[in-house]
Structure formats: C-alpha cells, structure tokens
Ligand binder design. Structure first.
Ligand SMILES: NC(=O)c1ccc[n+]([C@@H]2O[C@H](COP(=O)([O-])OP(=O)(O)OC[C@H]3O[C@@H](n4cnc5c(N)ncnc54)[C@H](OP(=O)(O)O)[C@@H]3O)[C@@H](O)[C@H]2O)c1
Length: 316
C-alpha cells in the first residue's frame, strides 16, 4: 500500500511516499480502506519524536490518527461489522507505527463507528480525534450542561471548533477566543461572544461579559494561556486542559479545580457524535483538502497554528 512515513525524527520534510505491506487485521480488528485522513498537531509532534517517551515508536512510522473509509476485512472475533460499511475512527494504537497516512489501517473494531450518512468521507475524517477530545473534555471531565458558562480557547481550531458546537448543543452559554478573521466562523458554530485574543487580554474581556467568571474554561492552547485561564473561572469552577497537567498552586490561589484530558479511542462516544452530526444538531468543521503526497506541506501549515477547522488528506 502507499503510505507517507518517516524513517528518522525531524521536521515534516522527513515524510516520504513509501510502499508497505497491507496490515492483516487481528481477531478483534477490522481492516479499513482509508479514503481520507486528517492532519492534527500530534502528527508533526510524532515526526519530531515528541511522543517517544509516552508510546513505543517503531520505524518506519506512518503518522496519522484519523480515518474515514470502508471496512474491507474483519477479524474472526468481530461481530459489529461484516465488510462494506462506511466508517470512521480515531486510530491510536499502543505502538506508534501503523498510522492513517496510508491506504489501509487495521483497527480494533470497538474503536470504529459508522460514519454519519450525510457526511462525505472528507468531512468525516475531520471528526474523530478532535470530536472525541472535545467530548471527553467537556462532558466526561467537566460534566458541562444546560445553563452553564464555558470559555473555549481557540474556537476556530480543530478541537475548539468541535467544543464550541457541542457546548452550544447542550445549552451552555459559550464564549470563545479567536483572531478577528475567525469570529464569524466561531459564532456560526454556536459561540455567544468571541474574544479577539490578539487585540486584548482575554480575562479582562471575559470579565466584562461575565464579571464572576465562567463555570468552565476549556484550554486547548496551554502554558501562558493555561495559567491565565484560572482568573477567568468562578470560584469552585474548573479549568480543563488538553495541554497542561493540573496545577495545585493555581487551584489553591483561585479556589478552582483543574483537570487534564488525554483523548482515548472510543467507538461508542464516536457513534454518539455521529448521531448528532446525522441529525444536523452539530455541523462538521470547515475543511481544506490536500493530497496524501502533500502531507509535509499540510503539516507545516498546521504547525503555523492558525488553521480554521481542519486539513484533510485525500488518499483515494
Ligand atoms: N491531550 C489531548 O488528548 C489532545 C488532543 C487533541 C489535541 N491536543 C493538543 O491541543 C492543541 C490544539 O489542537 P488543535 O487540533 O485544536 O490545534 P489547531 O487546530 O492547530 O489549532 C489552531 C487554532 O489555534 C488558535 N490559536 C493559536 N494561538 C492561540 C491563542 N494564543 N489563543 C487562542 N487561540 C489560538 C488559532 O486561532 P486563530 O487562527 O484565530 O489565531 C487556530 O484556529 C495542540 O497542541 C494539540 O497537540 C491534545
């Protein structure tokens, strides 16, 4: 099969088009013929070797954790699929080696869900990693619900864009940060007000709208933004981050709680997200299509950190 892979750590320019054998699905796995994959920041982090202490890395490494495609073969213990289904999945495995910048991936069937029928493969590929991250942060960690207030950082980004849509859908009052050019996009996804973080201090801007702060801040940016976020939360509220670990000193100083989420593959939750998309309750993000062979350029563009929505890579 064709795949984009690296044989040594470095920048995205290390990615080369290679021929590798089609994986054989194990008893619990399905073989997905991938039509589109998506680009996430973790992909250039993997190329740079930044996850090598967290998961075993085996060269050649095919990056990529999102897939939308068709089930081509099923393992002997799989009852959920029989072949031919249009599916999507967050394809993280215990070892970093066989990612989704490739024509095929073998994936645990429990992590795979039927694609929303109203979405193209390109639109569906943009959903799994970002959608599950937003879902697990807002609902599994923060228990966000109707009538609560939430500030979502990077509302135009991959994770932030899904989070704005989910939070609006459950009836929360949604504030988000984005640069000015993305404000209409973020409002259209469900934000009540969007703060231009490039023009003013986001805590001061939020406090004009919510003088006591919000119930929850969802931090997708990290570091200085993470630390400043504690002043934007009500006493007793929560900062949930996908970038920084909980900070006990900041919790004590501001009288709040903090949590960290590392997204887990979950076919059931992905199925719930698919249902909301199929019902039209939430919309897929904006997508920009590129070819698999242009993965290096796509990663460079993502690394600049100003994407609106997602880049998806066309594989077939
Ligand atoms: N822990 C986990 O499980 C997990 C899961 C997924 C992602 N992540 C990490 O979370 C981060 C975000 O991922 P992503 O896929 O959402 O990234 P992304 O799509 O590349 O984010 C791009 C967005 O970030 C915005 N942005 C940049 N600097 C900002 C700032 N200072 N304040 C507010 N917005 C800012 C940009 O907005 P403008 O263009 O409007 O400036 C752009 O829309 C990455 O570091 C990623 O590795 C972690």
């Amino acid at each position: 099969m064709r795949a984009m892979a690296i044989t040594a750590y470095g920048g995205p320019d290390r990615l080369k088009l290679v021929e590798l054998p089609i994986p054989t699905p194990g008893p619990d796995e399905v073989l997905i013929e991938i039509t589109y994959t998506a680009v996430n920041p973790v992909d250039w982090k993997i190329c740079a070797g930044q996850l090598k202490d967290r998961f075993p890395n085996v060269f050649p490494i095919i990056p990529g954790w999102d897939a939308a495609g068709t089930v081509k073969a099923v393992g002997t213990s799989v009852a959920k699929f029989s072949g031919g289904e249009r599916v999507f999945a967050y394809c993280r495995k215990p070892t970093i080696q066989w990612g989704t910048y490739a024509e095929y991936v073998a994936m645990n069937a429990a992590h795979v869900a039927l694609m929303p029928k109203n979405l193209s493969f390109a639109e569906a590929a943009a959903i799994p990693l970002t959608g599950l991250t937003a879902w697990q942060s807002l609902f599994d960690c923060a228990c966000l619900d109707t009538g609560r207030t939430v500030l979502i950082h990077a509302g135009a980004g991959g994770v932030g864009g899904m989070a704005v849509a989910f939070a609006h859908h459950v009836g929360a009052k949604v504030y988000a940060t984005a640069s000015r050019a993305n404000h209409d996009y973020v409002r259209a996804r469900g934000a009540t007000a969007v703060i231009d973080y490039t023009a003013e201090d986001f805590v001061a801007a939020l406090k004009r709208l919510e003088p006591e702060g919000v119930d929850v801040v969802f931090d997708t940016v990290g570091d200085d933004v993470y630390r400043a976020s504690f002043a934007a939360v009500k006493r007793g509220g929560l900062v949930v981050s996908i970038r920084n670990q909980p900070d006990e000193a900041l919790n004590a100083k501001h009288g709040v709680r903090s949590g960290y989420v590392f997204v887990e593959p979950d076919g059931e939750e992905l199925g719930a997200i698919a249902y909301l998309l199929e019902q039209g309750a939430i919309k897929p993000p904006a997508i920009e299509e590129m070819r698999l062979e242009d993965a290096a350029a796509a990663l460079e563009k993502n690394r600049a950190r100003h994407m609106r929505g997602k880049i998806v890579l066309r594989i077939r």
